[in-house]
Design a protein around this ligand. Structure first.
Ligand code: NAD
Length: 248
C-alpha cells in the first residue's frame, strides 16, 4: 500500500524482535533499511535474512549509549547513503525488580539504553534531517511509560521519559519539518516477553480488551504510517498499539 522509494530508514536494535519486523515492513515497501544492533553476528544474520528475500538492507554494529560511536555511525550513513529520512529509536532493555531490591546499576543501565540512547541518536539524526528540511523520528516507548508497572520502575521511568522527550523534540523540530512521534506498544510477542510464565500471560490477556498479545507486525504497521506522508500533520503524539489496554 505504501511506497518508500529512495527512502532510507535507520532502526536501532533491529536485529530481532519488533525492530526486525519494522525493518522487514519498510524493506517490503521499497525502503532501504539500515539495521543497527549491538551484536555484529546478529546484525549480519538479520541483513542476510532480508537480502535473501530480495530487500535492500545494510548492517551496522553499535551501542546506542556510545555517543562517539553514534557520531561515527551517522557520519557513515550520510556518506554511504546521502541522507536519512527516518530514525526509529527501538533499542531497549528491561531489568525488572521490585523497588526495594532494584540495584542502582539496573536503574542506570535501563535509563542509559532506553532514554539516553534515544537522546544521542535523535540529536545526531536531527543534524542530518534539519539540513534536508524533512524527516520523521519514531520513538518506541511502551504502555508501561503511561500506566507504570510494579517491578518496572526503571523501565517505566525510561519509557515515560521517552514520551516527554518526544513532545519536546516535536516542538523544537517542527519548524524544520521534522516530525517526532512515539508508539506505546502493549504486550507484544517477542524474545523480550517470551520469558513471561503462562499464568502471567493469561492474566494479561484478561485485561486486554482485544483479549490477546500483539505481534511485532502490529507495531511495524503504525511505524509505516508515521513515516509516510499520510501522517504529515501528526507530530508530538504517543499512539498505543495495545489491544485497548490503555485508553485516554
Ligand atoms: N515486546 C514487548 O511487549 C514490548 C512492549 C512495549 C515496548 N517494547 C519496546 O520495543 C522495543 C523492542 O523490544 P523487543 O521486544 O523487540 O525486544 P528485543 O529484546 O527482542 O529486541 C531489542 C533489541 O535491542 C538491542 N539492543 C539492546 N541494547 C542495545 C544497545 N545498547 N545498542 C543497540 N542495540 C541494543 C538488542 O540486542 C535487541 O536486538 C524496546 O524498546 C522495548 O522496550 C516492547
Amino acid at each position: 500500500m505504501y511506497k518508500f522509494n529512495d527512502y532510507k530508514v535507520l532502526i536501532t536494535g533491529s536485529a530481532r524482535g519488533i525492530g526486525f519486523a519494522i525493518a522487514r515492513s519498510f524493506a517490503s515497501s521499497g525502503a532501504t533499511v539500515l539495521i543497527m544492533d549491538i551484536s555484529a553476528e546478529a546484525v549480519e544474520a538479520a541483513v542476510a535474512k532480508l537480502s535473501s528475500e530480495g530487500f535492500q538492507a545494510f548492517g551496522y554494529t553499535g551501542n546506542v549509549t556510545d555517543s562517539a560511536a553514534m557520531e561515527e555511525l551517522f557520519a557513515t550513513i550520510a556518506k554511504e547513503h546521502g541522507k536519512l529520512d527516518c530514525l526509529i529509536n527501538n533499542a531497549g532493555v528491561t531489568r525488572d525488580n521490585l523497588m526495594l531490591r532494584m540495584k542502582e546499576e539496573d536503574w542506570q543501565l535501563v535509563l542509559d539504553i532506553n532514554l539516553k540512547g534515544t537522546f544521542i541518536c535523535t540529536q545526531k539524526a536531527f543534524k542530518l534531517m534539519m539540513k534536508q528540511r524533512k524527516g520523521s523520528i519514531i520513538n518506541i516507548a511502551s504502555v508501561i511509560g503511561i500506566m507504570g508497572n510494579a517491578g518496572q520502575a526503571n523501565y517505566a521511568a525510561s519509557k515515560g521519559g521517552m514520551i516527554a522527550f518526544t513532545k519536546s523534540c516535536a516542538k523544537e523540530f517542527a519548524s524544520r519539518n521534522v516530525r517526532v512521534n512515539a508508539i506505546a506498544p502493549g504486550f507484544i510477542e517477542t524474545e523480550m516477553t517470551a520469558t513471561l510464565p503462562p499464568e502471567v500471560r493469561a492474566e494479561y490477556a484478561k485485561v486486554i480488551p482485544l483479549s490477546q498479545m500483539g505481534s511485532p507486525e502490529d507495531v511495524a504497521k503504525l511505524c509505516i504510517f508515521l513515516a509516510s506522508e499520510d501522517s504529515s500533520y501528526i507530530t508530538g503524539q504517543t499512539i498505543a498499539v495495545d489491544g485497548g489496554l490503555t485508553m485516554h
